[in-house]
Design a protein around this ligand. Sequence first.
Ligand code: HEM
Length: 374
Amino acid sequence: RYAWFEQMRATQPVWLDEQSGAFHVFRYVEVERVITDFSSFPSQGVCNSILGMDPPQHRSYRNLITCAFTPRTIERLKGRVAEITQALLDEARHKGEMDIVTELAYPLPVTVIAELLGVSPTDQPLFKRWADGLLGQQLSDARLFQPDEQEIQRLGQVHAQMQDYFIALLEERTHAPLDDLISVLLRASTDGKRLSGEEVIEFCKLLLVAGHVTTTDLLSQAIRCFDEHPDVLEQVRKQPELLPGAVEEVLRFASPFWRLTRMTRTEVRLAGTTIPAGTLVFAWLASANRDAEVFPDSERFDITRSPNRHLAFGRGIHFCLGAPLARMETMVALPMILQQLPNVRVIREKPLELFEGEFVFGLKHLPVQFDTEA
Ligand code: HEM
């Protein structure tokens, strides 16, 4: 795909896919403009979610939920993230090998979100199932225009189960609030406005999808990038202060979100091309993040890159609300992995299994080996 991006940036930066009638945008400048200026696409991801809202509805909703992601909340979660990571590492440490994706990078964020929301540990396997179910929807978003019967039924079931679960949880918290996100969201108010129960539920469902697989990708791609650049790994081990820059470079180099979807409200001119009103536009973040006009020597993984204004978390009013949480989880887990799995290296017997969805991109598995204490 990256070779295709490069070719498209050079030859057809704004490309009309005749078959679907949608436009695709590949260069940094246009991608940035599309994601900040164009209208949101209502059926992106979970229906009725904040992702599909435009101002002024977006502003008041976002103000309300922002209170759930304060720097204090993130700081408070740090210790818990370390505990969860430790428990996952303890299960694998004696084995000498593990799958970083399925045994660590996947369970970590789902446990964090479940705990953040106030879901009891016994219900957490349910959460994982729902995340898998909804991700199917994200990956097959193109099919939303003509989803087949089976897909509609499957998604309907996932939504219904989640809906029932959250309605019950909401009821409990309304009567007996706790210190969890659901209770905070129920109490939140700005300018005399509050979130309805339905809005709280929609948001919980979104968090499950938005905050899960993306963080899994970030963490596992970080290990992969380090493995492919042993000099960088050495550097990070010696100088931990380089880690934040390294995480930003992983976000640029292997962006978990491939592309975002927008819609034109009126006719627009973009890089000399006219896009009619009411057209779908796909903005390829992963391509923008490799644009050499903005990132010199863009195909090089360079953890000292500065500035590094990558678009992996989006830009503008929809800028990822969970970015501080994703960064914190990665910053806590990565040094623990590197310290506790001595000489960790990717097993390269087979080619790495990639997960190339419509919107999200990452690794299905990342088998690693490491030394164990004799
Ligand atoms: C929005 C990426 C982690 C919650 C976004 C957007 C991107 C993104 C690109 C913009 C969508 C758009 O403009 O249409 C990522 C990546 C992550 C990550 C790469 C991990 C590495 C998280 C986490 C959470 C989260 C951990 C929460 C637990 C959200 C929410 C929005 C959002 C609520 C919607 C904000 C709005 O529409 O105003 N994310 N995300 N994300 N993200 Fe993330």
